[in-house]
Structures are given as C-alpha cells and as structure tokens.
Design a protein around this ligand. Structure first.
Ligand SMILES: [Fe+2]
Length: 298
C-alpha cells in the first residue's frame, strides 16, 4: 500500500467511525474471519464455555492473592515494568492451576480461527502466551504496540505484507468494561504503511467483553491495555496467544510441564505446549524442536 492510500485509510479510520465487530461464537467461522481480516481483530461472543471460564476464574483469582502487582518486567527491566504495568498482576503456567486451561487451549472455534490465520504460514503453531492479565484500580493505559514486535527482525523488513505469525485472544473472566481497562484497538492499523506508527489513543476503541467473550486479534494490529479508571475494581482477563512453530514463543511453557503432566491431554495440547516436534509440512522446510531426533509424530 502506498503512503497516500495509507494516510487516507488512517483518516477514514477515525475512532469516532470505528467499532470492533461483535460476532457470536456460533456464527459461521467465515464471518469471524472476515471481521478479523478487515479490522485486525474481532470480538467473539461466548467463545469459551461459562463453566470452564468460571473454573479458570476461581483458580486465577485465588493464585493472584500471592502475586504482587507490578512484579513482572518481560525480562526488559524498567521498560518492561512500564509495559507490564505497576498496578497489573501477570503470571502464566496456568495449567498448573487448573485443567480448565487445557480446555481453553483445545477450544474448537479458537482453534479454527488460529488454523485459518496461521497455518498458511507454518506446519503448526504453539503457545506464545498463556497469561493472566489482571489490571488493577488506577492503572494507566499501556503503551500502544503490535504484538508482532516480538519478532521485529522478521516483520519490519516485510511490513505491511509480512505473514501473520501470531494471533491472540484476550479472554474475559469477569465483565470487562472500558472503565475497567478493556483492551483498546485501532481497527485497520494492521495495514498501515509504517511498522513503527502506533497511532495515538484517540484512534482506539475499547473491546468490552462479557465473561467467556474474547477479543481475537492479529499480531499486526495496534492495541494496548486500557486504563483502569476505578478505585476499587479489577479487570479480570487472561491472554492465550499462539505463534508459528518456527519462531520462539514469548513464554517458555514447554519447560513448565512434564511429559507425565500432559500424558492425558490431546495431541493438540501437547503440541501447543511444546511437547511434540515441529513438522513444516505441507510447507517446504525442515523439522524443528525435534524430540530425541525421532520421526515426527502426527
Ligand atoms: Fe499486546
């Protein structure tokens, strides 16, 4: 896209004219994919079952009692602490808390969306984050960013035509409102001409969610956590994202689980958590993450 077209697109993408589309999980898959493609993200209502969400929520909130807000930094020191939020609680290894996490990983509609977005570019994908993101009272808005910045060396030279390499779901454990710090998105920004242009907050729209709803979004779209404007309420949500199997994930979840812990889980869950080798087929390329350098298991 040339820069003039991009500028026009940005003018036409003023937040006052834009909303994220809300599509029920039971709607045809193509409706969700079309919205994802058009805006860079879509709210899928009722994506995750209420009982699974309730179980995960209780386990998460119980575990959160022993986690200090602002205690994570993405391994980046002070800059990472700013990104993660001084009043935000984050932690991962969620399958250790409840098997409900494995059910979320195996969710069939999220799998279909992720397959459609990522499998054109890889033989399989794995978990990038399985992370609680509880935004506390008084938290300020997170800096706007694109999740594919994790792999900037791949994306920047090819931008904006680089492949989709990561897809995320921000999942509501309780009601998520704009006031509580709903994720903010700039629809259409996945096609902007400048990789390093993150727009400004006035261009964003809030992805408000009911429990079990999810904002499913591209790694290419500009977004950020919203400010929590309340004095006494938390934004309770969690993040499950995937990245193509030929890139290193943000979280080292393969190290979090033993073979025995995943023995009874599906092949998909085992693969998502890095307990299976990477097979590039049907694409050209070599196997990666080879377990004992044996034949790749399906
Ligand atoms: Fe993000």
């Amino acid at each position: 896209m040339d820069s003039v077209h991009s500028a026009l697109l940005r003018d036409n993408n003023g937040a006052q004219n834009m909303t994220l589309k809300r599509i029920p999980a039971t709607a045809p898959l193509q409706q969700q994919l079309d919205a994802f493609d058009e805006d860079g993200g879509v709210i899928v209502e009722g994506l995750f079952p209420a009982d699974t969400i309730a179980t995960m929520r209780d386990a998460v909130l119980s575990a959160a009692e022993s986690v200090e807000p602002g205690s994570t930094d993405q391994g980046l020191g002070e800059a990472g602490r700013t990104f993660d939020g001084a009043r935000t609680i984050r932690f991962s290894s969620l399958g250790k808390l409840s098997p409900a996490f494995f059910e979320l990983l195996d969710n069939p509609r999220y799998a279909q969306i992720a397959d459609s977005v990522l499998l054109p570019n890889c033989g399989s994908y794995w978990v990038n984050t399985g992370q609680v993101m509880l935004i506390g009272p008084g938290e300020t808005a997170q800096m706007l960013h694109r999740d594919c910045l994790n792999w900037a060396q791949h994306c920047a030279p090819l931008w904006p035509d680089c492949a989709e390499i990561t897809v995320s779901a921000m999942i509501a454990l309780d009601e998520v409102t704009e006031e509580l710090g709903a994720t903010r998105v700039i629809p259409g920004s996945q096609r902007w001409a400048d990789f390093a242009d993150f727009g400004d907050p006035s261009q964003t729209v809030a992805a408000e969610l009911e429990p079990g709803d999810a904002l499913v979004y591209s790694g290419k779209v500009v977004h950020g956590g919203g400010a929590n404007l309340t004095s006494d309420q938390w934004r309770n949500a969690m993040h499950i994202s995937f990245v193509v199997g030929w890139l290193v994930p943000e979280e080292s979840s393969p190290l979090d689980y033993s073979d025995e812990e995943l023995e009874s889980q599906s092949a998909r869950v085992q693969r998502l958590l890095g307990h299976r080798s990477y097979d590039p087929q049907p694409h050209f390329g070599g196997g990666l993450w080879l377990r004992q350098v044996r034949k790749i298991e399906a």
